[in-house]
Write a new protein. Structure first.
Length: 124
């Protein structure tokens, strides 16, 4: 009887280990899925003199470099925007060529799967 219980426990451990390995191979190991690894979107104009408006966005939900790229790309897809995300500070440094409404940033971050909790316009 004791041997059967030990074998059952070992079988369960092996099944969970195999299940975890298969999930990691199929979906990736990161929080956002390493298979969904996103390439960083490059902004052509990186001269800060061309971006007179400066905002700092607070963003929640980012936990890895893939999350950072998702948010950065979402913001950089906006017209006339150059954004850099700091994962450690959970913030995005955003420069724009035209004034932007907070709601536009909030929408872009939300569509990337994250939540913007604050927007502060910086002095030029």
């Amino acid at each position: 009887m004791g041997t059967a219980v030990v074998l059952l426990v070992l079988l369960l451990v092996v099944l969970f280990a195999v299940r975890g390995t298969v999930r990691k191979m199929l979906y990736g190991g990161g929080c956002c899925g390493e298979k969904d690894r996103v390439k960083r979107l490059k902004v052509d104009d990186q001269d800060s003199a061309h971006y007179p408006y400066h905002y700092v966005l607070s963003i929640e939900g980012m936990t890895c470099s893939n999350c950072k790229r998702h948010v950065e790309n979402a913001l950089n897809r906006m017209d006339g925007v150059w954004a850099r995300v700091d994962l450690g500070k959970r913030s995005a440094d955003v420069r724009t060529k035209q004034p932007q409404h907070e709601q536009a940033f909030r929408k872009a971050v939300w569509e990337a799967g994250y939540q913007m909790t604050g927007c502060e316009q910086q002095k030029a």
